[in-house]
Design a protein around this ligand. Sequence first.
Ligand code: SF4
Length: 370
Amino acid sequence: MNSHLKNSKLVSALLDWFAANARDLPWRRTRDPYAVWVSEIMLQQTQVKTVIPFWERWMRELPTIEAAAKAPSEKIHKLWEGLGYYTRVRNLQKAAQVIVEKHGGKFPENFDDVLALPGIGRYTAGAICSIAFDQPTPILDGNVIRVLTRIFGIAENPKEKATNARLWNIAEELVQNSKLKIKNSKLCCSHLNQSLMELGALVCTPRNAQCLICPVKKLCVAFKENRMEELPNLGKREAATARRFMAFAIEHAGKFLVRQRPAGVVNAHLWEFPNVEVGIKSGDPQEVFAELDALRFTDRDNAKLKQLCTVKHSITRYRITLEAFLISLNKHPLKIEGVWIAPTKFDSLAFSSAHKKLASAAAKSILSGR
Ligand code: SF4
């Protein structure tokens, strides 16, 4: 079958399947570019079911680009608390400010103007322009790469430049082809893009692809040659690295010491309890605590540590263990970095996910009288 005919059949099968099987997601009920944009940024590295309540709350609290541009930093971080990858929300606000200053508060329709906004790459610009403005702009993310490498039997690593360019070309040909097909119908260019993403999310999954119910199985090289498990060829994965931290919930007169992470580091601007990275196996908590810079000139050497909780989580390739200890100080430390806050006020601050769990354990310990 020549490639033009194959593309044409693929597009028809994908559009028909999407029309009958698309999930009813809240951001699919609108074509407001701002709402689409917020959903696309939240969906990066994050699953749909996690994003839904965050997206709904964001749109309720900051319903316009102007509102997002003007919101205090504490508010946008609080609305993003738990989603992770916080650079996304800071870039989103910077981009909202650019839209207000350069485009009079109206989301730009020109693809290059969209691509020039902070935090927006080719994929996100393509998604917004196709969904909100019905432009035939291609998209290529992890889901689409998986679907296309399987359908076309592409064995080369999609991270390689030439293969990546080839995949973008295929994505572009398909979306252009869909533009011809959807003339005079209620469909729009985004439906082809969204059908590829949806197929990757629901049917052509990383493991145990549901080929037997797949609408494009007759056109799929991987299915014909039983190569689903070997495609896409993503090369060797970077090995996971274990890291261990000790954190201290330091209490004095019913308040806990917390501090805000500085700009330019992971989880910048979020709040946390004083903590230190220690060796995987070494580190006596009492000694680690005694060396904490935040509490110089106190009776810390006599402070008694109690185990509070252990939180395990992952950030990219890091497998992190956070061991937390509770300490009650009788005397107020003379030198501190951070602020003292009552557990009833924890909710007003944006913590990273691990430190939010620690905050909750610290609050419970106070309520239960330890
Ligand atoms: S037939 Fe299987 S491998 Fe091919 S696109 Fe469909 S689900 Fe993916």
